[in-house]
Structures are given as C-alpha cells and as structure tokens.
Write a protein that binds this ligand. Sequence first.
Ligand SMILES: Nc1nc2c(c(=O)[nH]1)N[C@H]1C(S)=C(S)[C@@H](COP(=O)(O)OP(=O)(O)OC[C@H]3O[C@@H](n4cnc5c(=O)[nH]c(N)nc54)[C@H](O)[C@@H]3O)O[C@H]1N2
Ligand SMILES: Nc1nc2c(c(=O)[nH]1)N[C@H]1C(S)=C(S)[C@@H](COP(=O)(O)OP(=O)(O)OC[C@H]3O[C@@H](n4cnc5c(=O)[nH]c(N)nc54)[C@H](O)[C@@H]3O)O[C@H]1N2
Ligand code: SF4
Ligand SMILES: [Mo]
Length: 730
Amino acid sequence: MHCNPTRRTFLKGTAATAALAAVGTCSVAAWRAEQAEAAATGAVKIQGASLCNGCSSKCGLIATALDGRLWTVEGMKEHPYSKGTLCGRGHGAAQWAYSDGRLTQPMKRAADGSFVPISWDDALSEIGAKVQEIIAEAGPEALAIIQDPRPSGKYYSKRFMNALGSPNVYTHAAACNLSKESGIQEATGAQNFSVDFPNTKMVVFIGRSYGDGIRPSSVKSLAGAAEGGARVVIVDPRLNNTGVFATDWVPIRPGADIAFLLGIANVLVTRDLYDHAFVEQSAVGFPEFAAQVTEYTPEWAEGICDVPADTIVEIAESLAAAAPACAIEPSWRAAFGCAYQNSFETARAVCAVNALLGCWGQKGGALITSSPKAGDVDPVKFPEVPKPAAKRLGDAEYPLALSGTGTNLAVLNGCADGAIQGVFFYNSNAVQGYAQPAKWREALSQAKLVVTIDVQMSETALASDYVLPECTVLERLELPEFIGGKKHYVALRTPVIERIHPETRPCDEIFAGLAEACGVGEYFDFTVEELAEAQLASVGTSIEEVREAGIVELADPGFAFGTPTFKTPTEKFQFASAKVAEAGLNPVIGYVPRLVEPAEGEFSLIGGKQGIHSHTMTLNLEALNAISREYQLERLWMAASDAADLGIVDGDTVELSSSECSGQVAVKVTERLKPGVLFLPTHYGGTSPYLTRAQGFGLNMMDFVPLHLEPGVGSTMSQEVAVKVRKVEG
Ligand SMILES: Nc1nc2c(c(=O)[nH]1)N[C@H]1C(S)=C(S)[C@@H](COP(=O)(O)OP(=O)(O)OC[C@H]3O[C@@H](n4cnc5c(=O)[nH]c(N)nc54)[C@H](O)[C@@H]3O)O[C@H]1N2
Ligand SMILES: Nc1nc2c(c(=O)[nH]1)N[C@H]1C(S)=C(S)[C@@H](COP(=O)(O)OP(=O)(O)OC[C@H]3O[C@@H](n4cnc5c(=O)[nH]c(N)nc54)[C@H](O)[C@@H]3O)O[C@H]1N2
Ligand code: SF4
Ligand SMILES: [Mo]
C-alpha cells in the first residue's frame, strides 16, 4: 500500500485505491492536501452529481473527473442519506469504472458451458426469438424479472415485463426486508418507520447495526442521540459495532427476539404501563392482544430468548418511563428482515410494543413519513402499458408479501416446476444471495432462457445463457430518484465520465433494445432524458436544475408530530389483522417459534454486514478486497467459552457443516458473541472464476441454509439453520 501517492501512481490506481490505501498508513488530511496540489496542475476538471450504487441507500455524491478520469467521490451535503459523507463502500465502489473484473461486451454461453463474446445485435435477436417462443408455448406469464431496485432499473424492468404481458416482476426483498416490511404494513399500513433521534430518550435496536450495516445519515443521527444522553439498547447475540453508541448490550438467543418483545408487552399490559388513550382510540384488536399477552410473562420469555426476566422488566419499565419519547427501532435485515419462520410476526411485535408505548408519531418516538412520486406524463409520448391479466406467480401462496416486491423465490420454484421458462436479472446476484446457490443453479438450468444484466461476471451471470454488460453508474444518466421522509426530495444520476468500454450500454438502452427485439418496442419509443425531463417537470423542476443543485427539495409534505393516520383497512393500528387470518395465521400478534432449533452440540449460525462490503457485489473490488484480506475479515466468529470447550484457538481452521454443505474457514475467537452462536459475515465465498479476488475467499452463509420459505410472506428464512464445527487438525 502506498502512503504518498504521487500524481502518477494515483492515476494508475483510482481515487478509491489511493483513498483507502491512505487510511491506516497516513493521515487523510495529508492525503487530501496532496490531492489538492495534484489537482491544481491545470487538468480539465468536471464535477457532476450522482447517487452511489454501493448499496440500496443510494446516497447523493459529487464526483470529480480530471482530464476525463474519475478523481474523487464525495458525499453530497444536501442529500438526506449522505449528509456530506460517503461510507467506505461508496469510495470503494468508485473503483468499479476501471475495475479489471468488468464485463466489457455481451456474452453467450456456448454448448460446452464456457462463455463467448457475441454482438449486441445477435444477442438481442436470439433473446427476442426465445422470448417469442416461450410466449407462444406457455404464455407471457412464463416470463419473470428479478431486480434490486435502482432509479432506472425499477421502471424499465417492470415496463418491459408488463409490455410482454407478464405480471412477474420481483425485487431482492425476500432476501432482505420482506418479512419486516410486510409485518409493519399489517400493523400500521406503512411499510417502514423511523425513530425521531433528535428527540428520543431511549431506543432499542433488535439486531440492526448502524455501525456495520451503514447508512451515513443513520450513524450521524444515532451519534447525535447518544451524545444527547439517550439510552441506546442493543439486543443482538453479538456485540456489534453500534456498541460505541450504546449504553446496554443484551445478548439474546438467535430467532427468539419475538419472546423478548412479547415479554416487554406483557409487563406493559399487566402492570398497566401502556397508553390507554392510544389503544382505545387509535387501535383495533387490543382486547384480544391483551388477553393473549398475559401468557407471555418475563419468565416465559427468559426460557425462550435467554434474556433474564429482570432485564426484560427493567427495559419495559424504562421504556414506559421515557414514553412517548422512545421506540423499538424498525431494524432492517438480519434479525427479522427475512431470517426466521417468525420474522413477519417479530415485526408485528415491534409495532405492538411501540403502540403500547403510545409513541407512534410522537416527538422522540416512531415516525411514519410519506414519499413523493412523479406526476403524470404525456400519455402519447409515454404510453401506459396495459396491466397483465394474470396474477403474479407466488402471490396466491404468499398473500402477505408486499405488492411492490413479491417473493422472488416463486421464480426459483417456478423454474423447477416449469411454470417459469424465461428469467431476466437486473442488478441482482440472486444465485449467490437470495437462497441456496446450488438450488438456484439447478432451477435456472431448467429454464429455456436466462438473461443477466450486470457490470461483472457474477454468479448469477454464470448461471445465464446471455449476459448483457451495463456501463457503470458514473457513466450514465438515470431516471429521477424520489426520496421521502419529513421532507421530500428528488435527485438524479448524471454521467460524470465518458463510457469507458464502448460495448457497454446503460439500463434504458438495454431494455429498449430487448423490447424492440421481443416485439414490444412501441412502449420504449423515448429516451431516458425525455422521460426524466417529463417526470421532473411533473414536480416542478428540470434536469438542468437538479444537475446544478445535485438534489432539489420538493413541496413541503407538511409533516407534523401527532398520532398518524394508519393506512390499514381499519384505518387504525392493528393488534389483529383480518388479512393475516385469511393467510391462515394467527390474526392477533403473538408467539411463533423459530423453525430449526440447534440440538445438543449444534450452534445457531447468524450473519451480518461489515462496513466495507455490500452483499456479494464488492468482494472483487481491489481496495475493499485488500482490506478484508489484511484484517482476515472473512473469519467465523466463535465465543471464547465455546472455543475453549472445543480446543480451538484464534486463527485455527474449522470445518463448518449443516444439513446442506460443509466448508473450511478460520476462526475469530471473541468475547463479543453469545455462547452457542456462530457469526459469519455475509459478503464472502465468491465462486465466479471471472472474479479472481473474490473466488474461493471465505464462505457464503447461503450455501448452508436449507431452502424453505416463511409462511405467508415467502421470505428466504436466511438463518433457519443449525450447524456443527470441527477443528481441522494441522
Ligand atoms: N450472501 C449474501 N446474500 C445476501 C446478502 C448478503 O450480504 N450476502 N444481503 C441480502 C440483502 S440485505 C440484500 S438487500 C440483497 C441484495 O441483493 P443484490 O442487489 O442482488 O446484491 P448483490 O449480491 O450485491 O448483487 C448485486 C449485483 O448487481 C451488480 N451490479 C453492481 N452495479 C451494477 C450496475 O451499475 N448495473 C447492473 N446492471 N448491475 C450492477 C453486481 O455486480 C452484483 O452482481 O442480498 C441479500 N442476500
Ligand atoms: N456495510 C454495509 N452496510 C449496508 C449494507 C451492506 O451490504 N453493507 N446493505 C444495506 C442493506 S440493503 C441492508 S438490508 C442493511 C442491513 O442492515 P442490518 O439489518 O443492520 O444488517 P446486518 O448486519 O445483517 O444485521 C445486524 C445485526 O443483527 C444481528 N443478528 C443476527 N441474527 C440476529 C437475531 O436473531 N436476533 C438479533 N437480535 N440480532 C441478530 C447481527 O449480529 C448483526 O449485528 O444494511 C444496509 N447497509
Ligand atoms: S451507504 Fe455507503 S455504499 Fe450505500 S449508498 Fe451510501 S455511500 Fe454508497
Ligand atoms: Mo438489504
């Protein structure tokens, strides 16, 4: 690693390599001064606004190019998620443009399984012919697309599928936050909420780690609350990196958070510490809930979640004392986004505790805010696509899955049983991340056509018949991104550097080409610039204005503290839901156990993020991969007492095995983990031979998890697994 990047070495690498190399070996300030000096040498400087593609937060950034080459990326001050800062991944992802792992031309799988280059014209016409064949034989509902929503990607993927007549449009959510958002929706009518950190007195995190699963604004707001004296409780089998802001760490048995929450609810109800006005005036189902909750005593909860009953009582009483300026934080993925058989119900239980505390909409409590969207655009220029007649595959079986996301595992099952024959992936590495990779590969091998649009040869690309290369984010203009919250905004990805590889194309051109080849080109007879301009005009701004400002604040949505209007069918907070009953589950919020209980001698396996990686996609980036290797971040965490029992010391190699697979990995022995639990960071175990730094480095947790879907919502149940470990001798 260099400490003093000269202009030459700097240009050989990228802004990110130099930035990350500098961290740890010399001061950032010194590096910045050198950068400024080098930048003052008369090079042509271009600055542009965009949105980071390092993860789904899509933070605002300002990119600077010198003489046409990317020089720095910095967090946009005015953007509500970046607030002037990009996380390490945001800087690392800037390396993508020049990465040696990039896809530079369309590829086709040959008869022997290898990939060979193919021209765009040939790729598109062959894909078009296959799509027509599938429609003729099995109807358009045999086609599906899976995407991780991006500003252009979500619009074009849906329009493309719908134009072909298929309703099968899915997101990544079944492997992220589907259970959580569906649960919150059943209780409150909103899909998410936020904590009012500037005013809160106490906040309880169930798993969610702002210090690892980073969004810069979240870290800043929590730091502010902690400095202001708020009590911050982390409930996690692992003392995660949010610990620096926390007052309490409550180690808990994995998958048992629901018992902890119901224990708190029991204390609030039976000791009459709840908000009577709220439950009487703004909620339905409270009498049934109160009757059921009497069973969930703190002692009962302790037996399940292994948190002492006294701790549960103390936390419940402190919350009641702080109410309404307190909340259980909504969390995101690991604990109950898609993890267990009870994830949906855990999300409802979080909402129930907040309801008992009467903190919905209150200062310092749990806030439901609104989101803006584009207004109507010219129906002649941008014709509406008729709504497909068929119902999306999976919706009947999983009626509680959000309509905007569905369960992408319906595609996996659909390929296996022949209901789905053609699959498209956009910005998605489903094979490596949405369920067991071997199961995805097997299912996709049954399909007649698999097409992946990506920037690198991902594991999903490898399981495809055609791979179409997109240009990277700083090389393209996208549709406007609308951002909700207490205030509303619109921002835009604008190109900052020229297309590096001439055979790559942006999302809009790829989908327009596919549509044309499949016979539905009439729905794509406009440029992304024309649609972006029309959408922005519909909210009173323009490309020019957003480009100049980076982000534009829209009309004030008029957020005010106070009990919100719950957009549920009953227009009230729902302790009981008719839709949940229709799905065959207990309508009243209550206890559901986890599915797979580790037996004697087995461990629970939990996963989680690391600050420098995103999901599976950043592992091959040079600078970020180097950090992982230097600090051996791929290691499996094991509690010190378990390690002692098994005769394992820090750095030993173990074999980890489940019913599904086994693999070897080094161990990190720690006091920061509850005994009986193993923690595996979720970014490792790449298998694509095209991504040489990622391939074979660490283990992928999804390999170990059996394929089974959460009832009602169809989430992937990413932590319903029991594992064994064995020391590998010498
Ligand atoms: N093993 C594992 N599985 C996971 C997770 C994990 O951490 N580990 N996380 C879970 C969570 S929380 C989520 S939200 C989902 C995320 O699900 P995904 O969004 O599928 O996440 P990634 O696995 O990072 O894959 C993103 C893919 O998009 C590609 N890509 C990057 N930039 C571009 C671009 O500009 N254009 C196009 N077309 N493609 C691009 C990457 O190369 C990669 O193949 O995964 C879930 N599953
Ligand atoms: N660095 C980084 N940041 C990211 C992302 C990323 O890929 N990398 N992705 C973004 C996205 S899409 C998402 S969804 C979020 C995810 O954000 P989080 O949900 O915060 O992410 P995780 O790190 O998966 O999980 C948080 C914690 O849950 C704990 N945990 C695991 N199982 C259990 C359990 O059963 N009970 C309890 N109480 N705790 C448990 C883990 O130990 C971990 O510390 O991060 C966002 N930010
Ligand atoms: S949180 Fe980090 S990786 Fe995600 S969008 Fe923001 S800067 Fe990029
Ligand atoms: Mo996620």
